[in-house]
Design a protein around this ligand. Structure first.
Ligand code: SF4
Length: 273
């Protein structure tokens, strides 16, 4: 990429330390992010080094501290995609306390449970935050007609790519960083997630504030703060995606065993590089 094709971005405001001790680089010595003319972040050696340093420093920080750092560094180009899972609801709750203006969106595949979509209204009512629905160009009816029926029945990878990954690619154009709600203890793939990393698939800095949290910590936070959650969780649905690809899990099953049951697939493609 030529130097002429990149331009500097205004440095973010100074970071305000929160309750615990954490001191990222002061803005004066922080490398300035660069982006292409079409709004894509450029992974310069300086940004790469900054990501590695921030990730190491934030390894023992609280989720709130990680989110505050992300906002100080990248807002208003810091965003979050949520499927309204328990982890996403916890992050939404935290953001509502100090950064409710954060742009948040949901990948509305057209196959979500009504209970999932109802949470969008609950978030608006409870927190005054609007979660934008991002959709594929083709409606479910058009998509299925074009493909001779439901694609998820035989090619869930393709369906997820068309209904989620391609939509996310468009949704994050112009953004510099996004928050993910993954936990390291959810799967071997997720166990390697850094707190702050480079998401090469989408060309963004990816922040995982709950990477070090356990399922128990998430549900304790939900209970203590009365955070709204999907009622399907009370009926054995430990991980919830689209209705055709989600089932309740039995006793002793992995928490993600109900996703794409019967297929080797374990991820929708948003969090695999
Ligand atoms: S989870 Fe299932 S229905 Fe939803 S996009 Fe993926 S394959 Fe399609």
């Amino acid at each position: 990429m030529s130097a002429a094709s990149v331009r500097s971005v205004t440095p973010p405001p100074a970071f305000q330390p929160s309750l615990r001790v954490f001191s990222p680089d002061p803005p004066a010595v922080r490398p300035t992010p660069q982006q292409t003319d079409d709004g894509r972040l450029v992974l310069t050696p300086e940004l790469s080094a900054e990501i590695a340093q921030a990730s190491a420093e934030l390894e023992t920080a609280t989720p709130q501290e990680i989110l505050r750092w992300s906002i100080a560094r990248f807002a208003p180009k810091f965003t979050m995609a949520t499927a309204f899972g328990p982890e996403g609801m916890v992050i939404l709750h935290m953001l509502s306390e100090f950064a409710p203006e954060t742009p948040i969106f949901n990948l509305d595949t057209g196959y979500q449970f009504p209970e999932t979509l109802a949470l969008r209204d609950e978030v608006a009512r409870r927190y005054g935050m609007e979660v934008e629905l991002k959709r594929a160009t083709l409606s479910v009816e058009e998509y299925e007609a074009q493909n001779g029926g439901p694609v998820y029945r035989h090619s869930p990878d393709r369906c997820c790519h068309n209904r989620k990954v391609e939509v996310l690619e468009k949704a994050v154009l112009g953004q510099h960083a996004w928050a993910s709600a993954i936990r390291r203890d959810q799967s071997p793939d997720r166990a390697k997630a850094p707190i702050v990393g480079w998401d090469k698939k989408f060309g963004l800095v990816k922040v995982s504030p709950l990477a070090n949290w356990t399922k128990k910590q998430v549900w304790t936070h939900i209970t203590e703060h009365n955070v709204p959650y999907n009622p399907l969780h009370d009926n054995g649905y430990t991980s919830i995606g689209c209705w055709p690809c989600t089932r309740a899990v039995g006793v002793g099953e992995d928490e993600r065993a109900g996703r794409w049951s019967g297929f080797a697939k374990t991820e929708c493609g948003l969090h695999s590089q």
